[in-house]
Design a binder for this molecule. Sequence first.
Ligand code: HGY
Ligand code: MN
Ligand code: MN
Length: 415
Amino acid sequence: MSELDLRINIERLSTRLADLSAIGAIEGTEGSARLALTDEDKAGRDLVVTWMKDLAMTVTVDGIGNVVGTMAGQSEGPPVMCGSHIDTVGTGGRYDGNLGVLAGLEVVETLTAAGITPYRPIAVAFFTDEEGARFAPDMLGSLVYVGGMALEEALDIEGIDGAIVGPELERIGYNGSSPLPGAVPHSFVELHIEQGPVLEVEGITVGAVESVQGISWTEVTVTGQSNHAGTTPISLRKDPGFVAGSCVQFARELALELGHPQVSTVGRIEFHPNLVNVVPASAVFTVDIRNTDETVLRQAEARFAEFLAATAEAEGCTVETRTLARFEPVPFDPAVVDLVESTSQRLGYSVKRMPSGAGHDAQMMARVCPTAMVFTPSVNGISHNPAEYTSPADLEAGANVMLQVMLSLASEDYQ
Ligand code: HGY
Ligand code: MN
Ligand code: MN
C-alpha cells in the first residue's frame, strides 16, 4: 500500500481515548479530572508512557515533566513532532489534549503495522500543565520547552491549592533530566478538538488552524472591611464582594461592546470569610480576556483595569493584581497550514481555515519550528465540560489528516 493510502484505525484510537479518560473519570460522564501534577495526572502519564514503550518508542522526560516518545526514522535528523497535553481542567472532557497525543501514538502504530519507516523520525509529546488551571500560566510545559520561561522560575510556581510545581513533579516522579530548552523538531503538528461551535454549525469536518488568539489572565485581590451584614448601613461599607460582582458584570458588558471575537471570563472567585452574614473582608477573582487582535486586547485590558480601579476607590477598597498569563496572538506557518488544507482536500474532507479561540501547546512550538494545527468539530461547541464530544467519524478524519500531513513533512522531499 502506498503511504498516501495509509489510514489510522479508529477503533484502536477510540479504545485508547476511553482507557485514558477512565483515569480520573467523572462519575456518569465520559469526562475526567486530571489536574496537572496530581495523582490522576501521574496515572495518566504512566499509562501513555507504557503505550509509548509498547510501541518501541524511546521515551525522554525533561525537567518540567514534558514527555517525548520517538519512533526512529531512516535519518537521524530532527523529528516531525506531534502532540498536545493529557492534563485536564477540573471538569475535563475525553478529547481536549488527549486526542492530539493518542492520535500521535496511532500514527506510530499505523506506520509500524505497515512496515513504514519515514525518512525523518516521528516524535509524540505530551507537555506538562497545558491547562494552567492549577498552576498558571497555561501551556507551562511547552513554554519552558521552547525557552520562553526558565526552568527554575517554572519550578517555583505556586498553584491555587498552595502546592509548588517542583516538589509536585518530584512527588509524581516526572522531574526528568533531558535538556531544556528541548530539542527543536523539524516541524510540529497538533490535532485538537475545536472546543467551539464553528465547524459543527458550518458542517465542516476539518479546521486548518491559521493562528491562536491572544490570552490575558489576571488574578485580582480586592481588600475592604469585613462587617456585620445586618447592622452596617450601605453607605458605610467597604465591600470587596460588591467590587468583584461589578467587575463580573463589566467584563461581560465590555466584551459585548467590543464585539466578536472579544471574550472575557471571570472563572474563579473566592470571598473571605465567605459567610452568609459577613460583608467580605476580601475577594479574589480571575479575569480571562482574549482577542485575535493584540491592539483590541490591550484596549480591553486597559478598560477593565480602569473600571476596577474606579469601582474599588468608590467603595473604599484597595486592589492588587497579578498577571497569571499573557500571550500575544500567534500565527502558524503558512506552508504547514497550506499542507493541512490540501491534505484534507486530497482525503476528501471539507476544510476551513480558522483561528483558535483556545490556547494550545502549538502556539509555543511555533516559536521554534514550522507549526500548524488540525481541528475536529466539537458537538454543540462544548468543551471544558465532561459532555465534550466529537464523533468517531470526525476523530478519524482529523487523525487521518494528521497522519498524512506528518508523512509529507517526514519525507526527504519536504524541505
Ligand atoms: O485556556 C486555554 O485556552 C487552554 O485550554 N489552556
Ligand atoms: Mn487543550
Ligand atoms: Mn483545555
